[in-house]
Design a protein around this ligand. Structure first.
Ligand SMILES: *[C@@H]1O[C@H](CO)[C@@H](O)[C@H](O)[C@H]1NC(C)=O
Ligand SMILES: *[C@@H]1O[C@H](CO)[C@@H](O)[C@H](O)[C@H]1NC(C)=O
Length: 268
């Protein structure tokens, strides 16, 4: 690794954040209040080579899913209606199509998937869907770093007043903790050039997209006793059960697959 590296993450609907990490870890987390320790940097991220990479392996997809669910189950204050996410191949395909395009920017239009099990093609609609991006100069990436960068913006967000500290970015955190999301799909690519953004290349470009529409003016979830408002939400699908602080539907419950409740995967 060279000393001069930097990482950028971008978020749907015009938020951009830029973090520079000059040759090593930052120590800024020491100043955080104890209640905010859930956002501390979990240590040095191990980078993997992204040369030749055009998608995530099954193991990486399951890591992405587990990290999402672990973080979602950890939100403070607690969530009354946070859903467990499952992996979605259509969303993954959308993310793949987007990162293959090497714009270095957000997709122009986003797909919102609606739950209509008997009409497999009718639930693809175009709208504003949550989309988070991760960008890293050169052929290196870390799933843990990407997820932590999005998550750690939560330290600047106050759900009581629904405000973000002035001059800070909270948008990625808001997208990944949107309670109404129940599906996620992510992909990765290496771009030799970006057609829209001016970020230096070659670069690793990664995107995660979610199934629920994203409104940056709304609170991401409802504060309350854990799972106290799981039942009967929109989109004709019931998330009436609770498992490891997250709302799940009958399918997840009866198949007994999904998030194990292990939040140590975050390293926090
Ligand atoms: C990728 O580029 C193609 C060709 O320009 C375009 O049709 C498609 O919508 C783009 N995909 C995304 C997700 O933006
Ligand atoms: C939880 O995750 C950590 C980190 O990945 C792992 O070391 C540990 O074995 C897991 N615990 C259980 C009970 O699976």
């Amino acid at each position: 690794m060279e000393a001069k590296t930097f990482v950028v993450c971008l978020l749907a609907l015009y938020f951009v954040c830029l973090v520079s990490a000059k040759g090593g870890r930052r120590e800024g987390h020491k100043k955080l209040r104890p209640s905010r320790s859930i956002y501390r940097r979990p240590g040095q991220f191990r980078l993997s080579s992204s040369s030749q990479k055009t998608s995530f392996t099954e193991e990486e997809k399951s890591k992405l899913l587990n990290l999402h669910n672990a973080y979602r189950s950890m939100v403070i204050p607690q969530a009354a209606n946070m859903r467990e996410l499952i992996w979605d191949k259509d969303l993954e395909e959308f993310a793949k199509d987007h990162v293959q395009n090497c714009t270095g920017a957000h997709s122009h239009r986003s797909m919102v998937k609606r739950w209509k099990p008997n009409e497999p093609n009718s639930w693809k609609e175009w709208s504003y869907m949550g989309e988070v991006l991760y960008y890293r100069y050169s052929h290196w990436y870390s799933i843990e770093e990407a997820m932590w960068m999005w998550w750690s913006e939560g330290k600047d967000y106050d759900i009581t007043t629904n405000t973000c500290v002035k001059g800070k970015e909270c948008g990625h955190y808001l997208v990944m903790t949107t309670a109404a999301n129940s599906r996620v799909g992510c992909s990765i690519n290496v771009c030799q050039k970006f057609s829209v953004s001016k970020y230096p290349t070659p670069a690793t470009f990664m995107a995660c997209v979610y199934d629920a529409p994203y409104f940056h003016t709304d609170r991401p979830y409802k504060v309350g006793d854990v799972c106290s408002e799981c039942t009967r939400q929109k989109q004709g699908y019931h998330f009436q059960y609770c498992r490891h602080q997250l709302c799940i539907g009958p399918e997840q419950r009866f198949r007994k697959v999904g998030f194990s409740g292990n939040t140590s995967v975050t390293g926090i």
